[in-house]
Ligand binder design. Structure first.
Ligand code: SAH
Length: 214
């Protein structure tokens, strides 16, 4: 699937009408979601792999992964309203995409308690501005359950996040910057949007070397 097609498909999916600002429910825009997932695809982290979309919301990242050939996608989300929209979006995916898709499963529950194992974790976690350290908690869970992790963060915490990774035997190997539109914090009722700078990080599990010896 070409990038433009993917962007259009994702942009036409349903979004949360009334996102919960306390849960930092920011839907990833279609063009950024397409870019994130293509970035992972070109590094061999998607096709034929088991993907876990943590804090899946309405599902754009996981749906894009299915469109690019993921073997299976787990969508983990705790908000019932988001899950309803996600289910509708998955129906649209099945109806509208004219390709053979991998399997998918929705896990209704808290990311921090999930017991799963995947190859690649993709997440746009709460940035931790409303609930402190939520981004770090998501990251630690991702490091527990995957071997490669893609995670979106507010710009400015690169060194801190690299250290969190190292403490959990992961290395921050690449980054990509984006401008991300969110509703202004004190302007919720006016629906004003502001652009914030975010960074996508790619992490890989570090091995101690013994695994590589014959
Ligand atoms: N991945 C989606 C949504 C990102 S917003 C996208 O890119 O469009 C973050 C999502 O994480 C929200 O839907 C919110 O409800 C969910 N979330 C926040 N804390 C959570 C938790 N502890 N367990 C499960 N989901 C959580």
């Amino acid at each position: 699937m070409r990038k433009k097609q993917l962007e259009i498909f994702l942009s036409n999916l349903k979004e949360m009408e009334d996102p919960d600002m306390f849960e930092e429910q920011y839907t990833t825009p279609g063009d950024i979601a397409a870019e994130i997932v293509l970035f992972a695809y070109h590094r061999g982290d998607l096709e034929g792999k088991t993907i876990i979309d943590l804090g899946a919301g309405t599902g754009r990242l996981g749906i894009a992964s299915l469109l690019l050939g993921a073997k299976k996608v787990y969508f983990v989300e705790k908000d019932k309203r988001a899950i309803e929209i996600l289910s509708d979006n998955l129906k649209t995916l099945t109806l509208k995409s004219n390709q053979i898709l991998g399997e998918y499963e929705i896990r209704d529950g808290d990311v921090l308690n999930v017991l799963l194992r995947g190859d690649t974790i993709i997440q746009n976690p709460p940035f931790g501005t409303k609930k402190r350290n939520m981004d770090t908690k998501f990251l630690k869970k991702a490091f527990e359950i995957g071997d490669v992790v893609y995670s979106l963060h507010k710009k400015g915490n690169y060194d801190f996040i690299r250290n969190v990774a190292l403490e959990n035997s992961f290395e921050l190997v690449e980054k990509e910057s984006f401008k991300f539109p969110i509703k202004a914090m004190f302007e919720v009722h006016k629906k004003r949007k502001v652009m914030i700078e975010v960074e996508l990080y790619r992490f890989m599990r570090c091995y101690d070397g013994s695994e590589w010896r014959d």
